[in-house]
Design a protein around this ligand. Structure first.
Ligand SMILES: [Zn+2]
Length: 303
């Protein structure tokens, strides 16, 4: 615990808050924009998420474009506080609204938009559903939002060499969404994980609802031994902290549900699992029970 506290403090010291985001510096020219941990709202413009910014000699690489047109504009404003360079590449790490509904804004500014092929299909399939939900949650703040799925795609791995920076993009299988990818920056040992890692707040098993695949994908990500994790939600951290917040929770749920299934237990037993070891994660009250039910459904089906 002591180690985790020290690391969190270090990152707080090297951060400033601008507009909707706390800007956390990871290395020279590498930043995280950390949004709110709570639900999408009119004031956060749907950006209850963390985004990555890499400034190169040829322009900016942005990891995840925000949940709305106005949300993308706000991300752009935060970037403009860091550099006058234009955003040239946007990478969507998954199919959730905050990963891609700002694509239209950045595409109009001339950016390339990259994702996995599975994410592009996911974006196309869930666009209407996401817009409908955001209409309820953020209302007027959705103004001007036009869903534009990624334009360049890859299946498993893509190398992006740009402005003197080398990035490796990997799709290891479904995690939070079916097409989730990670972005590996070897020169700073930084891993941009998108929704594969939730820090400081409790993850949701859906939409992919494949916790075993998420566990496997996390292990592949962790095998790179990253020094810095820029998560999909919450603060920048080391791998240990991300593992506690995401991987350990997934393994905990699967282990508990396995025992229930071995004893011919049911969904009600799943909802009674004591998850209080993870109560420190924000949104614990609203999502812990649902997660147990989802993993139960998934594992019952697997049997
Ligand atoms: Zn997310």
């Amino acid at each position: 615990m002591k180690k985790i506290t020290i690391i969190v403090l270090f990152y707080l010291f090297s951060s400033v808050t601008y507009a909707l985001f706390e800007v956390q510096k990871i290395a020279d020219n590498v930043y995280a924009l950390v949004g709110e941990l709570s639900q999408r709202s009119k004031t956060n413009l749907g950006n209850n998420s963390t985004h990555g910014v890499i400034i190169t000699s040829a322009g900016v690489v942005l990891i995840d474009s925000g949940a709305s047109y106005l949300g993308a504009k706000e991300i752009h404003k935060a970037i403009q506080k860091l550099t006058p360079m234009p955003v040239k590449i946007v990478i969507n790490t998954g199919g959730q609204d905050h990963r891609w509904l700002g694509n239209d804004y950045f595409q109009k500014l001339g950016a390339r938009i990259i994702s996995s092929s599975k994410t592009k299909i996911d974006q196309q399939a869930r666009a209407d559903e996401q817009i409908a939900r955001l209409n309820i949650l953020i209302g007027d703040s959705l103004k001007g939002t036009k869903p534009v799925p990624a334009l360049e795609t890859f299946d498993k791995k893509m190398q992006v060499d740009f402005g003197g920076i080398n990035l490796e993009l990997y799709h290891f299988g479904a995690a939070h969404t079916v097409g989730d990818i990670v972005v590996w920056m070897p020169s700073t040992r930084t891993m941009f994980t998108g929704d594969m890692v939730f820090n400081n707040r409790m993850l949701g098993i859906g939409p992919a609802k494949d916790s075993q695949s998420w566990i496997n994908a996390f292990e592949k990500m962790a095998s790179f031994k990253p020094k810095h994790i820029i998560p999909g939600h919450g603060n920048v951290s080391d791998l240990l902290f991300a593992t506690h917040n995401t991987y350990d929770y997934l393994v905990f749920l699967k282990t508990k549900i396995s025992k229930i299934l071995e004893n011919d237990g049911n969904m009600l037993d799943a909802s009674k699992i004591d998850q209080s070891n993870f109560h420190y994660l924000k949104n614990y009250e609203s999502i812990a029970g649902k997660n147990a039910q989802w993993v139960f459904e998934e594992m019952e089906f697997d049997d």
